[in-house]
Design a protein around this ligand. Structure first.
Ligand code: NAD
Length: 328
């Protein structure tokens, strides 16, 4: 099949080329949106990532260009207009689980870095500044950790935090019995907000979860609590969290995703004027740690992603069916 690959980075090429046996892949660095979808003309499939925009308009154009498959090389699919794809008979595949532990471990990295300030210590010692002033952290052992969403990544994260000796409480409309048996307690969302020292978001972005962290929920948090988001940016109302940081309601914020990340993340903008005052305000806080959507970025995950995407494309080519469809 002829596949137009959008938002290509060097690591995508490396891993996809190493697993590709017979697909005809053309790599484009640009993102897929209404201005770039002409590039997909004559292709059977597009392979896209988290910030490619598959709106109704784009899907209509892809259909006109002959595209029959949207292969997402990620788990989330909030950037695709599913109804439009269904209407135009375009199938959608995704990679439901490539390495949930990779994302869960990145959430842990954010927690420990924010808490023990190793990023600041590293820079100090590089300049022969061996002072310990302002590096005081807290012991994570026995803290209460609230997990919102206990799917694949949430489960991996719960296991990690249990292993650190934390009390793990969780909220998910579909509680997981194995987690319950391991000592995780499911609670109502309000209760989770009130009791947690650390909250980590692992639910998908949907109409119900958009701004699940908002002015009201932030008011319920313990003062100085830690909020971690490795899921999707719009789970947090950015303006509300900035106010909560100013009010010291949130004492630490670690985010790998950001509501307006599509204009910023994955690019080197160090020589540009950033036209986003909210991210600049966030960057200015000493207790905010931002990574640019790298939680998935491990060798194991990249191997799994490329194998799974190529496998599904080959399966589609032979059977017109998908192994990992996004059900509409
Ligand atoms: P999953 O589908 O296995 O689990 C999602 C869980 O969220 C399910 O248990 C579901 O019941 C629960 N959920 C749904 N609505 C909820 C709500 N209103 N409140 C609480 N829980 C709710 O997904 P996953 O593989 O664990 O991935 C979770 C999310 O992580 C993805 O949707 C994606 O947005 C994000 N993600 C981020 C990265 C990254 O690199 N930062 C990588 C992969 C995935």
């Amino acid at each position: 099949m002829k596949i137009a690959f959008f938002s290509t980075k060097n690591y995508d090429k490396t891993y996809f080329n190493s697993h590709n046996e017979n697909q005809n892949i053309v790599y484009f660095e640009t993102r897929l949106n209404k201005n770039t979808c002409n590039l997909a003309s004559g292709f059977d499939a597009v392979c896209v990532f988290v910030n490619d925009i598959l709106s109704r308009e784009v899907i209509e154009l892809l259909h006109e260009h002959g595209v029959k498959l949207i292969a997402l090389r990620c788990a989330g699919f909030n950037n695709v207009n599913l109804e439009a794809a269904n209407e135009y008979g375009i199938k959608i595949s995704r990679v439901p689980a490539y390495s949930p532990e990779a994302v869960a471990e990145h959430a842990l990295a954010l927690i420990l870095t924010l808490n023990r300030k190793t990023h600041k210590a590293y820079n100090r010692v590089k300049e022969c500044n061996f002072s310990l002033n302002n590096l005081v952290g807290f012991t994570v052992y026995k803290k209460t950790v609230g997990v919102i969403g206990t799917g694949r990544i949430g489960q991996a994260f719960c296991k990690i935090m249990k292993a650190l000796g934390c009390e793990v409480i969780a909220f998910d409309p579909y509680p997981n019995q194995t987690l319950k048996d391991s000592g995780v307690t499911y609670v109502e969302l309000d209760d989770l907000f009130k009791r947690s020292d650390i909250i980590s978001l692992h639910c998908p972005l949907t109409e119900q979860t958009k701004h699940i962290i908002n002015e009201n929920s932030l008011k319920q948090l313990k003062p100085n609590s830690m909020l971690i988001n490795t899921s999707r940016g719009a789970l947090i109302d950015t303006e509300a969290v900035i106010q909560a940081l100013k009010d010291k309601q949130v004492g630490y914020l670690g985010i790998d995703v950001y509501e307006q990340e599509d204009k910023l993340f994955f690019e080197d903008l160090s020589e540009h004027i950033i036209d986003d005052d909210l991210i600049l305000r966030l960057i200015s806080f000493p207790n905010v740690l931002i990574t640019s959507h790298q939680a998935f970025l491990t060798q194991e995950a990249l191997n799994e992603i490329s194998k799974s995407v190529l496998n599904d494309i080959s399966h589609f080519e032979k059977t017109q069916e998908l192994i990992n469809p996004v059900e509409i």
